[in-house]
Design a protein around this ligand. Structure first.
Ligand SMILES: [Zn+2]
Ligand SMILES: [Zn+2]
Length: 287
């Protein structure tokens, strides 16, 4: 006989691919019902045989997506409601907002693979991301975490992106910052006066300026990032002078932990805090 379970899950469960994960898990165990984001986290109802429900509950924390962090999981047994399918419902809204939001995360290995694949439609697209990586906290204006409540709301997805976004089996299913060369944000290089310099490859041009000792202001998700080549003394001095920051340490960015270790000692605790990854982008280190 079919039984129904309602599961309330709290923690970092929004914007990390949690709903598609639940969708796939429910399908694997022949369960019907729904999953939805709520202002507190995620709510799931599943209906099926007792054995399938037990398996589902057992595997839920075990196979949760890499960026998820479950802090609380409560279940309620209810009379069967005769669901016919399993669906991902749009988010329920409410007064109380306590869902935890994932921090912005470094580009994942899958996205890096696509980024440097000349055959991929996102080849060298600087804002590449997916459900397992990319911006979160800095783009969110309100929860539940949905695209229309992020700074991405103004970018309408193209057909290709929209297909990925709506396909539960795609790595970009409900990836809120999803975008590409056709529909997403773009990058350009502006001169000191703010005028668009109209260069074809702004990132390579900015890198060239940096290598020549220029100060480049990178407009990022959370504001401006003033950058210089840390190995050029006169460039660092110029930045310090302009910032009127004579002695306070500046953050140094490295592409990986291995690179940091070439010029600094990394303790065990620091290593853990950096969540080391071979592909880490944007590790910060104060020198
Ligand atoms: Zn990714
Ligand atoms: Zn697109």
């Amino acid at each position: 006989m079919a039984q129904r379970l309602r599961v309330h899950i709290e923690g970092i469960v929004q914007g990390v691919g949690f709903r598609p994960f639940i969708y796939q898990l429910a399908h694997r165990h022949r369960l019907h019902g729904y999953v939805a984001n709520t202002p507190k986290g995620v709510e799931v109802e599943v209906e099926g045989s007792r054995q399938d429900l037990c398996q589902f509950l057992e595997e839920l924390p075990e196979f949760a997506p890499p960026l998820a962090n479950i802090t609380r999981l409560e279940t309620e047994v209810l009379p069967a409601a005769a669901y016919r399918i399993f669906e991902i419902k749009s988010s329920a809204e409410g007064e109380e907002r306590s869902a935890l939001i994932s921090p912005d995360t470094e580009t994942c290995a899958d996205c890096l693979g696509e980024l440097f694949d000349p055959k991929n439609r996102r080849y060298l697209y600087p804002f590449i991301n997916c459900t397992n990586c990319g911006p979160r906290y800095t783009i969110i204006k309100d929860i539940p975490y949905d695209r229309r409540k992020t700074t991405m709301a103004t970018f309408t997805m193209c057909g290709d992106c929209s297909r990925e976004y709506h396909d539960p089996l795609n790595r970009r299913f409900h990836a809120q910052p999803n975008g590409c060369w056709v529909c997403g944000p773009r990058v350009w290089l502006a001169g000191a006066g703010g005028q668009d310099l109209g260069v074809a490859d702004p990132i390579s041009a900015a890198a060239l300026y940096l290598s020549e000792g220029a100060v480049v202001a990178v407009k990022g998700l959370g504001g401006f990032h003033l950058a210089v080549d840390a190995t050029r003394n006169e460039a660092v001095k110029r930045l310090r002078w302009r910032k009127r920051r004579e002695e306070k340490p500046l953050a140094v960015m490295s592409a990986s932990l291995a690179q940091i270790e070439r010029y600094a000692l990394v303790g065990e605790e620091e290593r853990f805090e950096f969540a080391p990854s071979e592909y880490g982008i944007g590790f910060g280190l104060h020198l």
